[in-house]
Design a protein around this ligand. Sequence first.
Ligand code: ZN
Ligand code: ZN
Length: 172
Amino acid sequence: MSDIDTNLVCTFHPKTETRLRCNRCNRPICIKCATHTPTGYRCPDCIRSQQKKFITTKWFDQVIAVAITGVISFLGSLFAINFGFYMILIAIGVGYFAVWAVRKAIKNRRSPLLKYVMSGSALLGSLIPVFGILIRDLSLYGTIFGGGFYSIIWYLAYSVILTASVYYQLRN
Ligand SMILES: [Zn+2]
Ligand SMILES: [Zn+2]
């Protein structure tokens, strides 16, 4: 009678017998609480501490990210509208600039939430001129197909490409 792998019970479910061990902390775990990772089975505690390492942002980082991304996206759209077709290229550049500026401001702290926060803020910030034109045209002409319709299309293109540019850089 020597086998260490018999009569183990799960660390988290003392009534469940198991032969599995967490390959990081080596505690016995049952199949219900084991998570299969590329390196083997892990217990819930080890999975959690792994994820914590991945999320390093402080709460105010999200606020900073929204503010910086929104302002850069908005100012960028006012700037880019003067360049016709090149607006599309400028949108990509503004996306890179916004991500660079935010990373610098929050000292490279990371979280999976950041990509949604920043993409959303890029979208809203860059759409502010569109709302402005819509409100102006609706009150002036009573239709959105008034004077500003052509520039709305460019603003929308800028918006989509800028948002994609931000999201793409943060996707991992
Ligand atoms: Zn573990
Ligand atoms: Zn268990």
